[in-house]
Design a protein around this ligand. Structure first.
Ligand code: NAD
Ligand code: ZN
Ligand code: ZN
Length: 385
């Protein structure tokens, strides 16, 4: 079959690789009908997460069941499903605590309590480096889905792939960032990053009763997309002091909630790159710092953007003095997906309006480059195998 294979940073090729097969009674093999490129894939693409050998990428995918393992009774050949990006067994200590991204069975070689740089990582993820289980991902014609009696969800026939594809990751992820903040209604939510995740967080904020939603980004075209798809107010980060603007917009107090939907690949200069080498850091935490600065006293900061190393000079004093609550991590997609399918099916939310590029899988290498460089007004790429 054909698949988008990571070889080394900035080198992705659509190769012919071996077809996946059933390896465990709880597996299914899926014929992928749609798959997307995520900001998280860029961390591998740009070399911030190491991957020593070729790997089929892709954790956002859906398709038709092609083959079922002997233990599968909930799905049959021909069923159309979306698949949550975390690989979770559904029965272990952490799965039982509704913490599917911390599954202790899906990443046997690299799992552990530490959450370290190169050891003791969380549960397995599709197409997301050997450290996260080394699973082949779904930017491919076919993909093996483990624990298929726990993850995949059937989708209504009347909904198109584009309407439901983002239930695999970015909509539940955006939803997590708002759910974790525990809105009571009427809050001012400021989201950093007008990428796919930030826009999904904005849609979620309205659905959960926010009174005001503001998005900050450095790209005007993405701010324009966020305004169109999620009816937000916008701030360009490079246009004056964004934190000061947020204070002015909130009577001097700051936002009730700040969501970091950027992570360690926020734009940063040469000085930070030099510090990275000296301090053993990857990327920057400047957006998280801005969130702590822009949130009001007693407010909440949720962190969806990915961070891959320790960072010095974390503003612990500000967190303490302002009494800020912080919550973040990989999104527990399994906990939210059924409710979110309902919201899509009943027309309460539209997800496909962020798609800017729908192209054949064979264009994957070119689209990684365009998405990474934020060219061609690119917001979200859907690949068709
Ligand atoms: P993306 O790269 O498309 O979007 C990031 C956005 O941040 C871009 O629009 C960029 O212009 C903007 N940005 C850069 N520097 C900025 C700054 N200083 N201030 C404001 N905005 C800035 O990525 P995405 O797909 O939207 O994903 C965003 C983040 O969420 C990534 O780190 C990704 O890995 C992460 N993510 C996390 C989960 C999870 O489960 N927690 C799931 C999916 C994605
Ligand atoms: Zn993703
Ligand atoms: Zn588990």
């Amino acid at each position: 079959m054909k698949a988008a294979v990571f070889h080394k940073p900035k080198d992705i090729r659509v190769d012919t690789v071996e077809d996946p097969k059933i390896e465990d009674p709880r597996d299914v093999v899926l014929k992928v009908t749609s798959t997307a490129i995520c900001g998280s894939d860029l961390h591998i693409y740009n070399g911030l997460f190491p991957q020593p050998k070729p790997l089929v990428l892709g954790h956002e995918f859906m398709g038709i069941v092609e083959e079922v393992g002997s233990g599968i009774t909930n799905l049959k050949v021909g069923d159309r499903v979306v698949v949550p990006f975390p690989i979770s067994c559904g029965t272990c200590h952490f799965c039982n605590m509704s913490l599917p991204t911390h599954c202790e069975n899906s990443n046997p070689e690299h799992y552990g309590p530490e959450g370290g740089l190169l050891k003791g990582k969380g549960g397995g993820l599709f197409g997301y480096t050997d450290l996260y289980g080394g699973y082949s991902g779904g930017q491919a014609e076919y993909v093996r889905v483990p624990y298929a009696d726990y993850g995949p969800r059937k989708v209504p026939d009347n909904l198109t792939d584009e309407q439901v594809l983002f239930l695999t990751d970015i909509f539940p992820t955006g939803w997590s960032g708002i759910d974790w903040a525990g809105l009571k209604g009427g809050e001012t939510v400021v989201i950093w990053g007008a990428g796919p995740v930030g826009i999904m967080a904005a849609k979620s904020a309205w659905l959960k009763g926010a009174g005001r939603v503001i998005i900050v980004d450095i790209q005007d075209y993405r701010l324009a997309k966020a305004k169109q798809a999620a009816n937000v107010e916008t701030i360009n980060y490079n246009d004056g002091d964004a934190v000061e603007k947020i204070r002015q917009m909130t009577g001097g107090y700051g936002a009730d909630v700040c969501v970091d939907a950027v992570g360690m690949e926020a734009d940063h200069g040469v000085w930070t790159k030099a510090l990275n080498v000296i301090q053993g850091e990857v990327g920057t935490m400047r957006v998280l710092e801005r969130c702590l600065d822009a949130v009001r006293r007693g407010g909440v900061v949720t962190v969806l953007g990915v961070y891959g190393s320790p960072y010095d000079n974390f503003p612990l004093h500000q967190w303490f003095d302002k009494g800020i609550q912080i919550k973040g991590g990989q999104a527990p997609v399994h906990n939210y997906i059924d409710h979110l399918i309902e919201l899509v099916a009943t027309g309460k939310v539209v997800l496909e309006d962020i798609i800017t590029h729908k192209v054949p899988l064979s264009d994957a290498a070119k689209m990684y480059d365009i998405f990474n460089k934020k060219e061609d007004n690119c917001v979200k790429v859907v690949l068709k195998p």
